[in-house]
Design a protein around this ligand. Structure first.
Ligand SMILES: [Zn+2]
Length: 233
């Protein structure tokens, strides 16, 4: 699967920041057969990442280590915390951009310029978030993780109308913020800073799930094991 979708090439004009090769002493066990794996080279990806100190986006050249199972020969990539697979614009960029459009007064075009994305990408992100899960299901999960989470209410922007994509995306983003905050209060260490990044990043780390824009699993399952026995953060 290509890392750089053709429609998102507008980011190419941004200077890239080259990141060093980093990997643990040994790869994690094979997810298929649980046997030991060995390191098997590197591949280079070019994610668009939310800058830590400013409301801007950075383009990285990031080597990610590949591993191979010693028994079943399954090959897999080990993404560092905070880097989501099969996605050029990383989840914090998507969440912060979509939130600015869904909750703020800025136009999609203005927000797209700040995040270095195309206006069509921003529209697709809003639509994707709006259908990712129901805000009610997400809030139920949040209160299962942390009973002190505020009850739903006041989540929908009053002036958008409940049925609009913006309003639904805003409600989903707000509910994901509640889950993300609850996970952090539970002591999980999560590299992402937005609810979307924390929840999907955690789902990927624990369950290996990847929620793509156009392929694969499309919706967060209400029965997902958030709040269950959990694995590593
Ligand atoms: Zn294996």
């Amino acid at each position: 699967m290509p890392e750089v979708p053709p429609r998102e090439r507008e980011s190419k004009s941004l200077a890239k920041i080259t990141k060093p090769r980093e990997r643990a002493g040994r790869p994690p066990a094979c997810a298929v057969c649980r046997c030991a794996a060995w390191w098997n080279g590197w591949r280079v990806i070019y994610p668009m990442v939310a800058a830590i100190t400013a409301a801007t986006t950075e383009r990285w050249e990031l080597p990610v280590p590949r591993a191979k199972c010693s028994r079943c020969r399954h090959g897999f990539t080990c993404y560092p915390d905070g880097i989501y697979p099969r996605r050029q614009y990383q989840l914090d960029v998507v969440a912060e951009t979509a939130a600015a459009v869904a909750l703020g007064e800025a136009s999609g075009a203005e927000v797209a310029r700040t995040s270095r994305a195309a206006p069509t990408s921003v529209r697709r992100w809003l639509g994707w978030i709006a259908t990712l899960a129901s805000a009610g299901d997400l809030l139920a999960i949040a209160s299962r993780i942390d009973p002190d989470v505020p009850v739903a209410g006041g989540l929908l922007p009053a002036d958008r109308g409940e049925g609009s994509v913006r309003a639904r995306a805003a409600a989903v983003l707000a509910a994901l913020e509640h889950i993300g905050a609850a996970l952090v209060r539970r002591g999980l260490t999560l590299a992402a800073r937005t609810g979307l990044g924390r929840v999907l990043g955690w789902q990927h780390a624990v369950h290996g799930d990847v929620y793509g824009l156009v392929a694969g699993v499309r919706h967060l399952s209400p029965g997902m094991a958030i709040g269950g026995s959990g694995g590593r953060a």
